[in-house]
Design a protein around this ligand. Structure first.
Ligand SMILES: Nc1ncnc2c1ncn2[C@@H]1O[C@H](COP(=O)(O)OP(=O)(O)OP(=O)(O)O)[C@@H](O)[C@H]1O
Ligand SMILES: [Mg+2]
Length: 238
């Protein structure tokens, strides 16, 4: 694969007991690029994010970031290097205010990285909620705060896990605008999503997983016509 990629996975495998969850996964993401990661429930999307972000270790294969091997680097060190993520279920500190949540997250970022807490609050549109407890926020606001916490670490690569689920069209539009702005600033994004219209509004490049294997890499349009992809989503023969 070409070295213009910020992140590269090569032959990544992950098992839980005897269950193969990722099987020879290889792809790259360039700075400022948004890549969609799609696939049916249980196909390995969150596990892919978990191994890239250092929450889980790969069993074999290589992950490089900026050309450096990172597949044995723990999560907090990866955040220092510039890899961070959101969670499928937002992990905010519910008993802290919105501002405190951002301030705490900033400590996990790159050493010496100056954090503009107010700028992040503005970016995620929670400036007026800054002194509210995170636990009192709506689902959409919790997701934005989770994203804001990741942004506070100054990521070069941001992994976003199903941020669109349960949001209304206006909220989805706001998040799509925000993700596009982040990419324009040079941040590389991997966006896991079931909502294809939302994904299509932010990227044309997708990777499709089926039972832990890469079924397809290319445009969203072509993916929707690819027999193996159609079979993985709707059953039947490929
Ligand atoms: N910590 C774990 N221990 C055991 N099995 C796991 C673990 N994490 C994930 N799995 C299994 O790995 C497979 C892939 O799970 P994963 O969460 O990556 O799927 P997903 O594509 O994110 O699905 P969804 O769309 O439902 O979020 C599933 O069969 C899941 O049960
Ligand atoms: Mg998942």
């Amino acid at each position: 694969m070409s070295s213009e990629f910020l992140l590269q996975l090569q032959g990544v495998n992950k098992r839980f007991g005897g269950h193969v969850v990722l099987n020879d996964v290889s792809f790259g993401v360039a700075p400022g690029e948004i890549v969609g990661l799609v696939g049916p429930n249980g196909s390995g999307k969150t596990t892919t994010i978990n191994v890239i972000s250092g929450l889980y270790r790969t069993d074999s294969g290589h992950i490089t970031f900026n050309g450096q091997p990172v597949h044995h680097v723990p999560m907090h060190k990866l955040a220092h290097l510039g890899i961070n993520r959101t969670f499928q279920v937002p992990k905010t500190f519910r008993d802290m205010t919105v501002r405190e949540n951002i301030e705490v997250a900033a400590h996990f970022g790159q050493p010496g990285h100056a954090v503009d807490v107010r700028g992040i609050l503005r970016e995620i549109d929670l400036e007026t909620q800054a002194d509210k407890l995170a636990g009192s926020l709506t689902v959409n606001q919790q997701k934005l705060l989770d994203l804001g916490r990741a942004l506070a670490t100054g990521p070069k690569l941001l992994l976003v896990d199903e941020i669109g689920a349960g949001l209304n069209p206006a909220e989805l539009g706001g998040i799509a605008d925000l993700l596009r702005r982040l990419a324009q600033r040079g941040i590389a994004l991997i966006v896991v999503e079931h909502l294809m219209a939302f994904l299509g509004s932010i990227t044309s490049r997708v990777i499709v997983l089926g039972a832990g294997r890469m079924l397809f890499e290319g445009s969203l349009d072509a993916a929707s016509r690819h027999p193996e992809v159609v079979a993985a989503f709707f059953g039947g023969e490929a």
